[in-house]
Design a protein. Sequence first.
Length: 92
Amino acid sequence: MDGHGPGGLTGAAPRPGTGRPAGPQPPTASPRPGATDRLGAVRRFTFRAIAASGAVGDDGWAAFPAHGYTRRNALEVALGIGAYRCRRSPTA
């Protein structure tokens, strides 16, 4: 099995005769230790950036590099938010 679904690497549709239900399959392995905390830091930073229109302040910033992220990673989050909002904007 190569993991390719009808639309690419989606895995959303079963192959005929496999007996698996349609839709995404749950992960087969648990996350690495600490991965949940690290991803949680990205989540919190992202929500703070959205709520404050990018001005997260010192408190919001301090927790981000404490989990191993850099200023470049913060810029990537900000650019991702901007690209998403621009794409969803009715004037774009």
